[in-house]
Design a protein around this ligand. Structure first.
Ligand code: DQA
Length: 152
């Protein structure tokens, strides 16, 4: 199985940006965790990070025929981007949403997730561990795809 892990804007600043919310570990540390989760669950992963909405849309489109599923943290675009939602729906690959912080306990403008509407599951508030949980969930889903769609 091949999984594409997409991270949106400002996640390249992990370790520097708001460490009280996102922790002190870097994006490189996150990449390491994702690679070790892939080894643990027997899949390969490609990591992609961009600060640009269109680049994320292009990457999702290019996943068709190349990847079996997507793990995505669209960061701030979570709450604004119908384009990312539409791209996920267009390729119709199983996708799992991740947020490092517990967005449900934050500002009102973080309460909507467009991308989440095209995802089979969301993990939020588990720190970097959420990515491991997402890969595990996606692998189980790919092996027997009966999980319901997120209803957010
Ligand atoms: C985030 C939560 C978003 O609201 C925020 O804009 C981010 C990171 C998270 O991982 O907790 O950039 O997606």
């Amino acid at each position: 199985m091949k999984i594409l892990v997409i991270n949106g804007p400002n996640l390249n600043m992990l370790g520097i940006r708001e460490p009280n919310i996102y922790g002190k570990s870097s994006y490189a540390d996150l990449c390491e965790l994702v690679q070790s989760a892939a080894a643990e669950f027997g899949c390969s992963v490609e990591l992609f990070q961009s600060n640009h909405e269109g680049a994320i849309v292009d990457k999702i489109q290019s996943a068709l025929g190349e990847f079996d599923g997507i793990v995505i943290n669209p960061a701030a675009y979570t709450h604004t981007s119908v384009a990312i939602l539409d791209a996920l729906k267009a390729v119709a690959l199983p996708a799992v949403e991740v947020h490092i912080s517990d967005v449900s306990a934050r500002e009102p403008f973080r309460q909507i997730s467009y991308a989440g509407m095209a995802c089979v599951k969301t993990f939020a508030g588990f720190g970097f561990e959420g990515y491991r949980m997402a890969i595990e969930h996606l692998m189980k889903h790919l092996q027997s795809p009966q999980s319901p769609q997120n209803d957010v």
